[in-house]
Design a protein around this ligand. Sequence first.
Ligand code: CU
Length: 67
Amino acid sequence: MKKVDKSAGKVTLAHGPLANLGMPAMTMVFRVKDAAWLDQMQAGDRIRFIAEQVGGALTVVHFELVQ
Ligand SMILES: [Cu+2]
């Protein structure tokens, strides 16, 4: 996790290939489904996540912190 932007409700993630979105590995910005999740995230954290198109915006709809 590269960046957490609470005011924008967005996170910047360096992700591997995402088959469900047809996306190769890259670093990009996602919205998050629940803004309260941003309080559980910090730059430098590693997460596993699922992202989907929600209202036209790529959105993290599930995540878990990885030790
Ligand atoms: Cu991407």
